[in-house]
Design a protein around this ligand. Structure first.
Ligand code: GAL
Length: 969
């Protein structure tokens, strides 16, 4: 590679914006190369406040603003990096969210005349030390680097047009040394929201124009490094690594810790510790050319396709991954280093080992963090043409040779930029772009340039161009068939490993069923894991709505809250989905027989033994720890397991439900977690719980208005409970409704849309008909029929109340009538309390859990408040149920369940929750509404993926369940 001066120096006229709709990747940029920060060559960040002018069309203004001496005094200011639509309090337009629809007419490569265009201006002086004599211009050259601009930019430096480019999430560099002055340089950048490139960037996310990644001026002194490729392989048989650094500029490669000092291009083999995501050993080195020292962080590892498996250092690995879009609720896709680090730390702390950079190369610093902390990376190219599906993929750019140079440019910019990251084990051609010759050309180019990694593309089901069979959202049954190699497919596909590059759609409450996936993954070696869709909700911080989603900015076309489907909320608070995923993928499997006092521990890491973990046991009775201690577990190798004896249960402790809790904790501080950070755990039952009983102490008596029974009073006419001791109660009565979740609303691939079925049946508006209030010898019986208008189905529901002096027992019997062809959303009771705040319960927690999302639910005694019980899904929906609750206390009441129940309490009704579009719609009322669920329908993942598996369906059938109420002390 050599620097060349670029472009014409002609001026732009208002009509010379043809480049915007030109399929070519651009003009004037340098060839792509590795991204690195020099040890000694200077750089100048041009981030900061820039002058800004927004025009409605690409050609509204001529290019006179780029000339030296232009007076931009009247212009606005924007922060670079940033998206202008997220700045200026709405004065600069607004973001648009579409999943796959192009928000403009599909007529490639034409784009709308209305093409918001942001002119950016910035003045800068060169630091004095850029020239050896402190004088005139600078020694050597200089490069101006843009790390990300959406979607097309034209650049002038000191009045000279230096080129234009497309490829939003890829770097572009220009040689500018000959144009620089010691002081008063003027950099002008014209950014167009829409361009031919937009057709290649139809990812499911906000459309947000701007210079959203860094702008940097890099000094390139004479003899400085240009591009280089670090080849660092590992031979796991011999425990040796081979290093060869190919460099455009000759020099030496130094790795002091390995005593390496070799010429570039020369291979050297030495004993090393390998790099893996579990053991991210990096060796610091340097590439020294005549004019520059470049730091290297070298990880030795070998990625290979062997025996139909993806192996690293000779071992098949299992991806426990997530798809990560770049997102910040205020700054959009402009992430600072700390936010990127937070993502990586959160991933590591939740047992994830892999990330797919959906659907574009991330900020390069993110990959440095993946190298450093240890994550396997599928690096994906900035390419998606999903909107062409609307026209049966006609005119799809990836199958049209005119676009191939642009596709190859994108592939090269990704590979060249990121090729020196040990964390990157797979290159992905892009996402949802159909099929075509352009993709084949990209794959061929990548294979030719880098044969040390595999190539991925999900859309290629025949695996013509790829080295991995990859799918998204295949259901459990199909995944299992593929695991058993019963899926057929092309000869080539049958030889390849399988991954689910997307599964477990984390939209709203969910994803459900991921533990069931994990069991299948672990049972079949061909399945090498998957990547949850996706990492973070892309909610935009909004003054009135809390977080805005699609449609909240008045978009003409939008896909609503489909953009909020992450494992973390927009502010990066882990959602219950992440807690569940952490448990499902824990790298140590603990089970055993609690009564026999034996624990079985299996090491589920791919590379490391268990010596970094300390194990603990605790013996708990009714949720309280009676005794705890250390458990000695051998440093098992990957795949090994051992049985370990627990101590004798403590003698003379309290009676009650007893269980062992065994935990695996970090034994020492690590780069990503503190000592005692919990990595894995399990509970083993020892003594079962005693169910609550009430021996009736007498029958109900009636006055003119009330019926009295034990501590309670009821309405004489309706039989409705009114008080328990001194506590006013509204209801309780049968409840079958839940505020439908995003997964209930989904109908992926023609699946049943439960929300539609339920609403058509009328389950959100059942009527409660009173059939009788009977005062018996020791019980009050209230007979009802619960049914929706217009339908013949119904639930005969009987409430039978008995009591002793202080405790009141309710037994609910439900007998379905008619032909129930749909599962129920929920079955339980709901009642209101006039005041309640603090909540204590013994049961599952600390977070919510539903039938197919409760792997992470640990039985214990918990304290919280009504407000804290709510899970703040960006679009409000069913949430917050604590599963398997034995008893709960709130508002002065204690409730014991037979059997265990799902417990929720909120300051609004289910109907209000159901109607709310944003969290800010939920206003606390006077009553706290409490749900005690006997059951709920599973959650599933069919906002995009399969619904709840049959075993998690709540079918209507004869049912009985009880609660015992008492006033606390
Ligand atoms: C996939 C796609 C993702 C996202 C997801 C649904 O088809 O690759 O980008 O749209 O569905 O959230």
């Amino acid at each position: 590679m050599s620097f060349r001066t670029t472009g014409s120096t002609g001026s732009t006229t208002a009509s010379s914006v043809g480049y915007v709709e030109d399929v070519s990747p651009g003009r004037g940029a340098l060839p792509p190369r590795a991204w690195y920060a020099s040890s000694d060559a200077r750089s100048l960040s041009l981030n900061g406040d820039w002058s800004f002018r927004l025009s409605p069309t690409a050609d509204a203004e001529d290019d006179s603003f780029a000339a030296e001496g232009y007076d931009a005094g009247g212009w606005a200011r924007v922060a670079v990096p940033g998206h202008w639509v997220l700045q200026g309090d709405g004065a600069f337009g607004a973001p648009i969210y579409t999943n796959h629809l192009y928000p403009f007419p599909v007529d490639p490569p034409r784009v709308p005349s209305e093409n918001p265009t942001g002119d950016h201006l910035r003045y800068f002086d060169l630091p004095g030390d850029w020239s050896s004599d402190g004088g005139a211009v600078i020694d050597g050259g200089a490069v101006l680097r843009f790390d990300g601009v959406e979607s097309c930019a034209r650049v002038w430096l000191n009045g000279t047009d230096i080129g234009e480019f497309k490829g939003s999430r890829l770097p572009h560099e220009f040689a500018v040394g000959h144009l620089l002055k010691p002081a008063g340089n003027v950099l002008a950048v014209r950014v167009h929201q829409w361009s031919a490139g937009s057709y290649l960037e139809d990812q499911d996310q906000w459309w947000m124009p701007g210079i959203f990644r860094d702008v940097t001026l890099l000094h390139r002194p004479a003899g400085s490094a240009l591009d280089f490729f670090v080849h660092a392989s590992y031979d796991h048989v011999g425990g040796i690594g081979t290093l060869r650094v190919d460099s455009d500029v000759d020099g030496r490669v130094l790795v002091p810790a390995l005593d390496i000092d070799v010429a570039t291009g020369e291979a050297v083999t030495v004993p090393v510790e390998p790099w893996t995501a579990e053991t991210p050993k990096l060796y610091d080195g340097e590439l020294v050319t005549e004019g520059e020292r470049v730091p290297l962080r070298i990880g030795f590892r070998t990625v290979a396709l062997e025996d139909g498996l993806l192996k690293v250092n000779g071992k098949a690995i299992l991806f426990k991954g997530v798809n990560r879009h770049e997102w910040h609720p205020v700054k959009g896709r402009s992430l600072d280093l700390e936010t990127m680090r937070e993502d990586v730390l959160l991933m590591k702390r939740h047992n994830l080992n892999a990330v797919r950079t959906s659907h574009y190369p991330p900020h390069p610093a993110f990959l440095d963090l993946c190298d450093e902390y240890g994550l396997w990376v599928i690096d994906e190219c900035d390419l998606e043409t999903h909107g062409f599906t609307e026209q049966n993929w006609r005119d799809n750019p990836v199958d049209d040779d005119r676009w191939t140079p642009a596709l190859l440019d994108r592939a090269a910019r990704m590979v060249e930029r990121d090729k020196n990251h040990p964390s990157v084990v797979i290159w992905s051609l892009g996402n949802e772009a159909g099929t075509g010759r352009g993709l084949t050309a990209m794959a061929e180019w990548i294979h030719g340039r880098d044969d040390s990694r595999l190539v991925h593309y999900e859309g290629d089901w025949d695996c013509r161009d790829t080295d991995v069979y990859s799918r998204m959202y295949a259901d459990h049954a199909e995944t299992e068939r593929i695991g058993k190699r019963l899926d057929g497919g092309t000869h080539k596909r049958r030889q390849l490993p399988y991954i689910l590059c997307e599964y477990g759609h984390a939209m709203g409450n969910g994803p459900g069923g991921i533990a069931d996936y994990q069991r299948i993954f672990e049972a079949h070696e061909r399945i090498q894991g998957g990547f949850i869709w996706e990492w973070i909700d892309h909610g935009v911080t909004h003054p009135e709505l809390g977080y805005a989603y699609g449609g909240d900015f008045g978009e003409e076309l939008h896909d609503s809250n489909f953009v909020c489907d992450g494992l973390v909320f927009p502010d990066r608070t882990p959602s219950p989905g992440l807690i569940e995923f952490k448990k499902v993928i824990e790298p140590v499997r603990i089970d055993g027989d609690g009564s026999a006092g034996t624990v079985r521990v299996r090491n589920a890491f791919d590379f490391t033994d268990l010596s970094s973990l300390a194990f603990e046991w605790a013996y708990q009775v009714d949720g309280k720890t009676i005794e705890a201690g250390a458990l000695s577990v051998p440093a098992l190798l990957p795949g090994e397991s051992a049985e370990v004896k627990l101590p004798q249960p403590p003698a003379g402790g309290p009676a009650g439900e007893a269980l062992w809790t065994v935990r695996a904790l970090l034994a020492e501080d690590t780069a990503w977690g503190r000592k005692d950070h919990q990595v894995a755990w399990a509970q083993l039952p020892v003594v079962e719980r005693l169910l609550p009983t009430v021996t009736p102490g007498g029958g109900p008596t009636a006055s003119e208005r009330l019926i009295y029974l034990g501590p309670a009073s009821f309405d004489v006419r309706t039989g409705a409970l009114k008080t328990i001791g001194g506590i006013d109660v509204t209801g309780p009565r049968l409840d079958v409704w839940r505020a439908t979740t995003d997964n209930d609303e989904g109908a992926w691939n023609g699946n049943t849309c439960y929300s539609r079925l339920w609403r058509e049946l009328g389950l959100h508006r059942v009527q409660h008909r009173l059939d009788g209030v009977e005062l018996g010898a020791d019980a009050l019986t209230v007979r009802t029929r619960v049914a929706p208008a217009a339908r013949e189905v119904g639930l005969r529901t009987t409430y039978r109340w008995t009591a002793d002096d202080s405790r009141l027992k309710l037994t609910v019997t439900v007998d379905p009538e008619g032909d129930w062809t749909v599962p129920l959303p929920r079955l339980g009771i709901r009642f209101g309390l006039s005041s309640a705040d603090a909540v204590t319960w013994y049961g599952g927690g600390p977070g919510e859990g539903y039938p197919d999302t409760k792997s992470a639910s640990m039985v214990s005694r918990y304290h919280s408040t009504v407000d804290e019980l709510q899970t703040p899904y960006v679009r409000p929906q069913e949430n917050g149920v604590r599963p398997d609750v034995r008893w709960a206390e709130l508002g002065g009441l204690r409730i014991d369940g037979d059997p265990e129940f799902g417990f929720a309490a909120r300051r609004w009704t289910t109907e209000q929750l159901d109607a709310a579009a944003h969290l800010t719609d939920l206003q606390a009322g006077d009553t706290v509404w409490v749900n005690l669920d006997h059951g709920q329908m599973g959650i599933g993942s069919q906002s995009c993926g399969p619904g709840p598996l049959p075993q998690y369906h709540l079918l209507a059938g004869p049912t009985e369940f009880s609660f015992v109420f008492s006033e606390i002390g």
